[in-house]
Design a protein around this ligand. Structure first.
Ligand code: OAD
Length: 246
């Protein structure tokens, strides 16, 4: 029985108009995006971090899922119908996979949610988008909620579950990710070391690409639907045989 894990990164949402972290989006107010995505930046200059995230939140609410998101949702549906193990893990904090019909694990959290560092409240918020005004916590009155995302130095979510699935998978895809933020960047090597077939795609080869990995260059909207078609065609026989359906 095949078991598939797909890891996605910012490149998959780039074709929906959302900036990647290290790509052409470049600097924001003279700073690198990854320097704003830290608890230290939030402590030192919460107004700048808030403006940055409010800009990203506003863009997200204008964006739509693209052909790559829809293709991965189709893969998930078709595999579920065959009861084949499948897990979509995303580093993306946008909800475009979810809106396309997938049920991903968001290891870096959610841009459409806010969270209170005081009382722990968290919830969906798509209405407060003013870049210059913090949102107070309605539950405990704390002055400002933070984006419900994982920042550098914080622990990504669902790590045990993800690592178990990656270690056990027979097919691993890494799509639209630069492969330099750990622990996510380590999953390709983990899957490879356990004998999984590994397929990687993005505009350019990521830093963690190994000689045994298959690499397809291109934009996610052009490449991912083809990969999904190919997988479903290729897996069709294997999965049918596993279920005794001839
Ligand atoms: P990056 O911005 O590091 O990398 C984006 C990748 O997508 C690059 O490899 C690009 O070549 C590729 N890419 C760009 N446009 C593309 C397109 N149209 N189609 C396909 N690929 C394209 O983003 P991530 O790897 O997702 O974490 O970054 C990982 C994590 O680092 C993020 O989740 C974030 C971060 O900074 C936190 O905030 C904790």
């Amino acid at each position: 029985m095949h078991s598939i894990v797909v890891l996605t990164g910012a490149g998959v949402s780039a074709d929906s108009g959302l900036d990647t972290f290290r790509g052409a989006g470049g600097l924001w107010e003279g700073r690198r995006a990854q320097d704003l995505a830290t608890p230290e930046a939030w402590d030192r200059d919460p107004a700048a971090v808030w403006r940055f995230y409010q800009m990203r939140r506003a863009r997200l609410f204008q964006a739509e899922p693209n052909a790559a998101h829809f293709a991965l949702a189709r893969l998930e549906r078709e595999l579920a119908a065959r009861e084949a193990p499948f897990l979509l893990v995303t580093q993306n904090v946008d909800d475009l996979h979810d809106r396309a019909g997938s049920r991903p694990l968001h290891m870096h959290g959610h841009l459409d949610r806010l969270r209170c560092e005081g009382c722990g409240w968290s919830g969906v918020d798509r209405t407060h988008l003013d870049p210059d005004r913090f949102v107070p916590c309605a539950a405990c009155g704390r002055e400002r909620l933070r984006p419900d995302v994982v920042w550098f130095g914080e622990r990504p979510r669902e790590l045990e579950r993800i690592e178990r699935a990656v270690a056990a998978c027979t097919l691993f895809f890494a799509l639209g990710t630069s492969g330099n933020v750990y622990p996510a960047a380590g999953y390709l090597a983990l899957a490879r070391s356990r004998g999984a077939r590994t397929l990687v795609s993005g505009l350019e080869a990521p830093e963690n690409l190994g000689p045994r990995d298959e690499f397809r260059a291109g934009r996610a909207v052009d490449v991912v639907p083809g990969i999904v078609d190919e997988m479903l065609r290729g897996l069709g026989n294997v999965l049918r045989e596993d279920h005794g359906v001839k």
